[in-house]
Design a protein around this ligand. Structure first.
Ligand code: DGY
Length: 318
């Protein structure tokens, strides 16, 4: 049974996988496997290690008769039709826990960077436009002591909230069910979506589902405070990007920091690129060497267990 890896990963992981099976790796670190090659190479694969950019839909799953497992190198799995995979006895795994602190750290960094206009300020210096100290030059907005509304209080949301607590923030969160541990540990308050939108910082850390798709739209941005900052490290699909741009340009909210976009990578002519008050990062939530090593190792461990006929460490349950 073959293991397909859809992006180039360090050789030591491939060597480990080779102890369990024949391995085929798409030899490119940057470009995803073209769709037809992805399907073709998966036809005789038992296990596929996928990236977020690989669409594992019905068409793909129907074409792959030998597939036992899809192992996604991400905690999110909105690129995979998990229900249909499970109906076809295909296990789906993801990489939870190992990326929690790193991703929360990026969310907090993005909040600070956006609030303190760090990208604009560094650009000003780089372009040689810094002419001297001025009382309100690059004046941003405080983070410490402000209110934060966290949409999605899973492990990343909770780890982010811990950082907010250290900054003395008033923490609110919105999820389907209450998170009593976070309430006890962090003094976080469960609020409805409308109240969450009244926070100084509205931060989306949620996974993308049919229910949360485009939840940050014209109506949501209208209801936010004029000096609010919106941060998204969940998925781009949560946001109607045209509405966000219009809200920032109209001054309905102050700024936004985004690690995720509806379409990645960003298109050259995307209007966010001309808007200084919108900071866009290239989906680097979990991108530290330590964490990427740990995520890949978890994928390898899952693959080896599946090849042995054992329960994998981190199957996705829907
Ligand atoms: C994931 O793994 O789903 C996150 O988007 C990491 O950045």
């Amino acid at each position: 049974m073959k293991i397909l890896v859809t992006r180039q990963i360090p050789e030591r992981f491939i060597d480990e996988l080779k102890e369990a099976a024949e391995v085929v790796m798409h030899d490119d670190t940057l470009q995803p496997m073209p769709r037809d090659k992805f399907i073709e190479e998966s036809r005789d694969a038992g296990v596929v290690i996928t990236m977020m950019s690989d669409k594992v839909d019905r068409e793909y799953l129907d074409a792959c008769e030998n597939l036992k497992a899809v192992i996604n190198l991400a905690v999110g799995f909105d690129n995979i039709d998990v229900r249909y995979a499970n109906e076809n006895n295909i296990t789906v795994c993801n990489t939870p826990d190992v990326l929690t602190e790193t991703t929360a750290e990026l969310a907090f960094t993005l909040m600070l960077v956006t609030a303190r206009r760090i990208v604009e300020a560094a650009e000003l210096v780089q372009k040689g436009e810094w002419q001297g100290w001025e009382p309100y030059m690059m004046a941003g907005k405080d983070v410490a002591g402000k209110s934060v509304g966290i949409f999605g209080m899973g492990s990343i949301g909770t780890a982010f909230a811990r950082r907010c607590k250290a900054f003395g923030m008033d923490i609110m969160y919105n999820t389907r069910s209450r998170h009593e541990d976070a309430e006890r540990e962090l003094g976080a308050r469960h609020v409805d979506f409308s109240e969450l939108l009244q926070s100084d910082y509205v931060v989306c850390t949620a996974p993308l589902t049919e229910e949360t798709k485009e939840i940050f739209n014209k109506d949501a941005f209208n209801r936010m405070k004029g000096d609010a900052i919106f941060i998204n490290i969940g998925r781009g699909g949560h946001v109607v990007e045209e509405d966000l741009l219009a809200a920032v340009q109209a001054g309905e909210i102050a700024a936004a920091g985004l690690d995720v976009l509806r379409q990645e990578p960003i298109q050259d002519d995307h209007p966010f690129l001309d808007e200084k008050r919108i900071v866009v990062l290239p989906h680097i939530g979990s991108a530290t060497v330590e964490t990427r090593d740990a995520m890949i190792q978890l994928c390898v461990d899952n693959a080896k267990q599946i090849m042995k006929g054992e329960e994998p460490k981190t199957p996705v349950k829907v």
